[in-house]
Design a protein around this ligand. Structure first.
Ligand code: DQA
Length: 155
């Protein structure tokens, strides 16, 4: 089992997710992004993950963060790309270079909303997908990633 806190988990949020808390609560809940990040970090720590949060509204910045992760490595990646999910081949291409297992998470039920949200251009290259479960979906994604890389629950 990995040493406590030694495995990095990159928690990536794309466009408009910095506005959580002001977006439609019926889809996205009422938590702010920093509160969500704090709760996900606390949950992920039980597996020995150290969470590295990152958010940007600029596609190129997300691409560069994915390049950094591809080059430097990471234990695991959780990404909610926001609307980029549905059309960004640039994010997809960058994500393809990441060797760590990746979970795609959406707060809302993307399959039950507008037609354009049903398509994810990263669905076939991620190890885990969770949607429509709010913050619980992030917890599930962390649990699934911990399983994949062989971390248990510690402490
Ligand atoms: C989202 C779903 C996307 O369709 C939307 O564009 C978002 C957030 C979610 O978490 O439910 O910005 O990824």
């Amino acid at each position: 089992m990995a040493e406590r806190g030694m495995t990095s988990l990159c928690l990536l949020h794309g466009v408009n997710l910095d506005m959580l808390g002001r977006r439609d609560p019926t889809h996205y809940g009422t938590l702010t992004l920093s509160e969500l990040e704090r709760q996900v970090a606390r949950h992920a720590e039980r597996h020995g993950f150290t969470v590295q949060p990152f958010q940007t509204n600029f596609e190129g910045e997300m691409v560069e963060e994915l390049h950094r992760i591809a080059v430097e490595g990471a234990g695991a990646v959780v990404i909610n790309p926001g609307a980029w999910t549905h059309y960004s081949y640039a994010i997809r291409d960058a994500l393809e270079m990441v060797t760590a297992p990746v979970a795609e998470v959406h707060l809302s039920d993307v399959s039950g909303r507008e037609e354009f949200r049903r398509r994810s251009v990263i669905a076939d290259i991620v190890a885990v997908r969770v949607a429509g479960e709010g913050i619980e979906g992030y917890f599930k994604a962390c649990d699934a990633l911990a399983d994949i890389i062989g971390l248990g629950v510690q402490g």
